[in-house]
Design a protein around this ligand. Structure first.
Ligand SMILES: *[C@@H]1O[C@H](CO)[C@@H](O)[C@H](O)[C@H]1NC(C)=O
Ligand SMILES: *[C@@H]1O[C@H](CO)[C@@H](O)[C@H](O)[C@H]1NC(C)=O
Ligand SMILES: *[C@@H]1O[C@H](CO)[C@@H](O)[C@H](O)[C@H]1NC(C)=O
Ligand SMILES: *[C@@H]1O[C@H](CO)[C@@H](O)[C@H](O)[C@H]1NC(C)=O
Ligand SMILES: *[C@@H]1O[C@H](CO)[C@@H](O)[C@H](O)[C@H]1NC(C)=O
Length: 411
């Protein structure tokens, strides 16, 4: 109904413009041909002046037809849409007042995503997941068994290890880390995940949408649980669970939370923090040259913690990054997307929790602000293409290759 009214208005202004354009081109054509025939400069000046005048008239017609429409469109709260779609509207409300264009395209997109996810029942499609796995294996020259973790077989003594986030310039400035004998002796003989396959895996993103989700026991019921970037367990078990089999630990966390391990008290708090895990902890040490030594230092406390501390192989990350880059992902993949790609090679069914990357969400039919992380108050960042990654995962959800869990979990 509103669509028709808008269409009518657009048609009307379009008709006016078309009339103007026809007149304008006829006039210009006539004047130009006259000018060519007679070569008269006064006529030329008149032609130019009338063209300018006609353009001016045309422009003012367009802005005239636009201006009142802009003023008449009320500022529409995206909230209306959400509320009307979730039963918070009674008979006496004017339905068509609730349905209106969104005030911005972000609100519209979030609305569409949320509704798609809530209304589509998920059905696993092992064939699609298998195809994804085969594509990954065929197009990346790395394998999870051989290259996910640095081992004594996939690194050679005295091998130079470049860092993938460093620019060519900084790589020239700082010497590459070289795999010394001492370093080699800290590496495992082979990957602890070699030959392992799991039935149901969960990858836990760190989105604030996990708050009040009560998904903890569902997550703990999985066969293998991946977590990102040192996500804390204590205090969040009801919503995020506690089972952890594979945790990534970005070396920048050593600076953000543990002062770069510069003194005993910082080392102490790092070791205390690590005691909450009993899993494999995977440190991507070779991202940035400056973080390599602190990262290796963090791993050197392995006998004081219960977890098995391992180092990520830079080629594995780069290979997955390039896989997604070839598919149009502009920025580096988030740890979440990296883990989803990894899970595809290890698991028969993939469940994603906490992957909602937007600042608002639907919670029990109400619009709520969402934090970036469920465990702290960090602001939203744009290091990754969260929106593109989400669109990708949403499509994989629809194809049944991953299950993107949203909202609250029922037991
Ligand atoms: C759209 O509406 C939301 C919700 O009221 C508001 O926070 C936001 O500023 C509005 N955006 C624009 C572009 O008007
Ligand atoms: C129904 O909506 C009208 C208009 O928004 C409001 O005044 C009224 O209180 C509502 N009634 C109930 C029962 O919610
Ligand atoms: C709904 O709102 C429109 C526009 O404001 C009005 O013309 C119409 O009468 C209203 N309908 C009802 C049932 O209130
Ligand atoms: C994988 O391929 C890239 C180029 O695509 C190459 O630079 C790299 O050395 C290869 N790695 C291995 C382990 O073969
Ligand atoms: C240890 O280092 C941190 C961070 O640099 C500093 O805030 C703290 O005061 C230091 N503690 C001691 C005991 O030196």
């Amino acid at each position: 109904m509103f669509g028709e009214i808008l269409l009518d208005r657009t048609l009307a202004s379009f008709t006016v413009c078309r009339w103007c354009l026809q007149r304008l081109s006829a006039e210009v054509f006539r004047l130009l041909t006259t000018f060519r025939r007679r070569q008269h400069s006064r006529r030329f000046v008149i032609a130019v002046l009338s063209t300018i005048l006609l353009y001016y008239l045309l422009l003012s017609t367009i802005s005239y037809t636009r201006r009142p429409r802009k003023r008449k469109t009320p500022p529409i709260l995206s909230h209306f849409m959400f509320e009307s779609m979730h039963g918070n509207v009674n008979e006496s409300s004017n339905f068509t007042k609730q349905i209106w264009v969104f005030n911005n395209s972000d609100a519209e997109r979030i609305y569409l995503y949320a509704n798609l996810l809530q209304k589509l029942p998920w059905k696993a499609n092992p064939q699609h997941l298998d195809n994804f796995r085969r594509e990954l294996n065929a197009e990346t020259n790395v394998s999870t068994d051989r290259d996910l973790i640095l081992t004594q077989t996939n690194v050679q003594l005295d091998q130079e290890m470049p860092c993938y986030f460093d620019t060519k310039k900084s790589m020239l400035k700082y010497p590459h880390f070289v795999a010394t004998k001492d370093f080699m002796s800290t590496l495992p003989k082979e990957s602890p995940l070699k030959g392992k396959r799991y039935e149901k895996c969960a990858v836990i993103g760190n989105s604030g949408s996990l708050k009040q989700s009560t998904c903890g026991s569902q997550i703990d019921g999985m066969d293998f649980v991946f977590r990102c970037n040192g996500a804390p367990l204590e205090g969040f078990v009801t919503d995020a669970g506690k089972r952890t089999d594979f945790l990534t630990f970005n070396p920048s966390i050593l600076y953000k939370r543990f002062g770069g391990l510069v003194n005993e008290s910082m080392i102490e708090s790092y070791i205390t923090f690590m005691k909450q895990y009993d899993s494999m902890v995977w440190y991507p040490c070779f991202g940035s040259r400056q973080l390599v030594e602190p990262c290796i230092k963090a791993i050197s406390y392995h006998d004081q913690v219960d977890s098995r501390l391992v180092i990520g192989h830079p080629s594995h990350y780069v290979s997955i990054w390039e896989f997604w880059k070839r598919r149009g992902l502009r920025k580096k993949p988030s740890t979440g997307l990296y883990l989803v790609s990894l899970a595809a090679t290890l698991c028969n069914e993939i469940h994603l929790y906490g992957f909602w990357p937007f600042p608002i969400q639907l919670h029990e039919g109400k619009v709520q602000e969402t934090a970036y992380h469920y465990f702290n108050n960090l602001p939203f960042t744009s290091h990754h293409s969260s929106d593109s990654e989400f669109r990708l995962l949403l499509q994989m959800h629809m194809l049944g290759s991953v299950n993107l869990h949203m909202g609250t979990c029922t037991q």
